[in-house]
Design a protein around this ligand. Structure first.
Ligand SMILES: [Zn+2]
Length: 461
C-alpha cells in the first residue's frame, strides 16, 4: 500500500496550506508533511480537503444502546439524576457480547463521523450481580476487540468507582457492576497494560468523580498508576451538575474543581470532563494547570447540565477537546457546532471560537479540539505534522453543501451547514483507510449485530 498522499488543501497545525505532500512510515507515523510541494507522478491525490482526525476524548460505549429511550417526561421535572436511574437499569443487565456489539457499531459510527480515536471511560466491570467475571478484564477486553476490529485508535480508561456520594457513602445497588477496591483496579491495570501496548492503545485511569472516589482512594490509585506509567492519562468527571457542586461544598467547604486542584497534582496528564460549573478562580487555576477541559456539548445539552464558559476558559489559555459521552450524538463536527452555538446563545455574539490567528471558526475549533483531544488521549494524534500518527479525514468535495467552495469554507459548511448528512468521504487511521466513500467495510454487519443486541436488551424482563 502506498504511504504517501497529495492533497490540494490540508489543514495543518499552522492553518490551511496548499499542495501538501504527506508521507508516513510502516508504523503509520507521519514522516513528512510538505506544503507547496509538486505532486509526485505516482502519488495518490486526495479527493477533497484534508483535515486532521478528531480524537473523541470521552465515551461510555454501552450508553449508545439507549439513545432515544430517555426522551420522555417521567417526573414533573426530569434531570440528569432521573436519566441516570434509567441508565443504571440498562447497565444492570448488559452482557459482554452485547457490550462488544454495541461498541463495535459505535466505533464505526465514530469513524464515519470524523473521529479517528476514542478515550473510553470504562466503568462497567463486573457481572450483573456485581461479582467479578472469571477473567476480571472481560468487559475491557470486549472494548479492546471492538477498537481493534474497527481500526479506531483507543485510550482505555478503566474507572475507579467506590462510593455513592461525598463522605464515603456506600455504593447503591445500581452501582454494583462499577465498584472496585483500589488494589483490584491496580491489578486490572497491570493485566491490561501489555494488551493495550500490543494493539497501539494507551492505558490510563479514570477516577469516576469526587463523589465516587474518596480522597484516600484517589491518592492511592494515582500513586499506583504512577508506578505503572507515570505519564499515563488521568480523566475525571467533575462539576457537571450544580447538585454535585453543592454536595462538595457541604462536604469539604470547597467547590469540586478547587478541591481537586488543592488535593491532587493536576497537570497536563489530566482531562477534566465537563468542568461546567466553575467560578472565576477555578477557570483561571484549572486552565493554568495545563489540564484539558473535556467538553461534551451535545450530551451536556441533552442532560441539561449547563453551559461551560468557553470565553473564560480560552481567555485563561485553557486547553480543550470534545467527546460524545452518552452518544446522544456521534459526530465530531456537530460537537463543535453545539459548543459554538451554546456560546452564541449565552453571549449574543457570533464566531466565538475563532481566534486572532484563525478567523474561520470551524478551522480554529477543529485545530484546538484536535490538540486538546490528543493531549487527553496520551497518544501522538495531534494533527498533520511529522511524528504524529497519520490520522486524517478527507471531506467530500462533491457534497452539495461543500462543492465549489474554498477549502476553509468547505470545513465551515461541514460543521455548520451539512444538515447532519455526512460530508466525510475517507477516514485514515495510522496511515490506513478505515472509511471509504463514507462507509466502513463492517458497517452493515456491525449495524445488524447492534440492533440484535439492543433488541435483546429491550426484551429481557
Ligand atoms: Zn461521562
Amino acid at each position: 500500500m502506498s504511504k504517501t498522499l497529495f492533497a490540494k488543501d490540508a489543514l495543518l497545525p499552522t492553518g490551511w496550506r496548499r499542495n501538501v505532500l504527506l508521507s508516513w512510515d510502516d508504523a503509520g507515523r507521519l514522516t513528512q508533511v510538505q506544503p507547496d510541494a509538486v505532486a509526485p507522478r505516482d502519488a495518490p491525490v486526495s479527493a477533497g480537503p484534508l483535515i486532521p482526525g478528531m480524537p473523541n476524548l470521552h465515551s461510555h460505549a454501552f450508553q449508545r444502546a439507549f439513545g432515544g429511550l430517555t426522551e420522555f417526561r417521567g417526573a414533573a421535572q426530569d434531570s440528569f439524576w432521573s436519566w441516570r436511574t434509567l441508565m443504571y437499569r440498562f447497565a444492570a443487565q448488559i452482557s459482554p457480547a452485547q457490550v462488544e456489539a454495541i461498541a463495535t457499531w459505535l466505533y464505526i459510527e465514530m469513524l464515519e463521523a470524523g473521529y479517528s480515536a476514542v478515550c473510553e471511560f470504562h466503568y462497567l466491570h463486573h457481572a450483573p450481580d456485581g461479582t467479578p467475571y472469571v477473567d476480571d478484564a472481560e468487559l475491557a477486553l470486549a472494548l479492546l476487540r471492538a477498537a481493534e476490529r474497527t481500526g479506531i485508535g483507543l485510550t482505555l480508561l478503566p474507572v475507579l468507582y467506590q462510593t455513592s456520594g461525598f463522605g464515603g457513602l456506600p455504593p447503591n445497588e445500581g452501582q454494583r457492576r462499577f465498584i472496585r477496591a483500589t488494589d483490584s483496579m491496580l491489578r486490572l491495570l497491570e493485566r491490561l497494560r501489555p494488551l493495550c501496548e500490543a494493539q497501539g492503545a494507551r492505558l490510563g485511569l479514570a477516577p469516576h468523580s469526587l463523589r465516587a472516589v474518596p480522597p484516600e482512594g484517589l491518592r492511592e490509585a494515582l500513586a499506583g498508576l504512577d508506578a505503572i506509567d507515570a505519564t499515563a492519562p488521568v480523566h475525571i468527571h467533575i462539576a457537571e451538575q450544580t447538585a454535585e457542586v453543592d454536595a462538595c461544598l457541604a462536604w469539604s467547604g470547597q467547590r469540586p474543581v478547587a478541591w481537586l486542584l488543592d488535593h491532587a497534582e493536576v497537570d497536563a496528564r489530566w482531562c477534566l470532563v465537563h468542568a461546567t460549573h466553575m467560578d472565576a478562580a477555578e477557570y483561571r487555576r484549572a486552565a493554568a494547570s495545563g489540564a484539558v477541559a473535556g467538553l461534551c456539548p451535545t450530551t451536556e445539552a441533552n442532560l441539561g447540565d449547563g453551559i461551560f464558559d468557553f470565553g473564560a476558559w480560552r481567555g485563561a489559555g485553557g486547553r480543550w477537546g470534545v467527546g460524545s459521552d452518552s452518544h446522544a450524538c456521534v459526530n465530531a463536527a456537530e460537537e463543535l457546532m453545539m459548543l459554538e452555538y451554546s456560546q452564541r446563545l449565552a453571549t449574543r455574539q457570533r464566531n466565538v471560537g475563532a481566534d486572532a490567528g484563525e478567523p474561520s471558526v470551524a478551522s480554529a475549533m477543529t485545530l484546538a479540539a484536535v490538540q486538546g483531544g490528543a493531549q487527553a488521549s496520551g497518544r501522538a494524534v495531534a494533527g498533520l505534522a511529522p511524528g504524529q500518527q497519520a490520522d486524517f479525514v478527507v471531506l467530500d468535495a462533491a457534497h452539495p453543501s461543500l462543492a465549489g467552495l474554498s477549502a476553509a469554507d468547505m470545513l465551515s459548511a461541514h460543521v455548520f451547514a451539512s444538515h447532519r448528512s455526512s460530508a466525510v468521504d475517507t477516514v485514515w487511521v495510522a496511515g490506513r483507510p478505515r472509511v471509504s466513500a463514507g462507509r466502513h467495510p463492517l458497517h452493515s454487519q456491525a449495524a445488524a449485530a447492534f440492533i440484535a443486541a439492543r433488541t435483546q436488551l429491550l426484551t429481557t424482563p
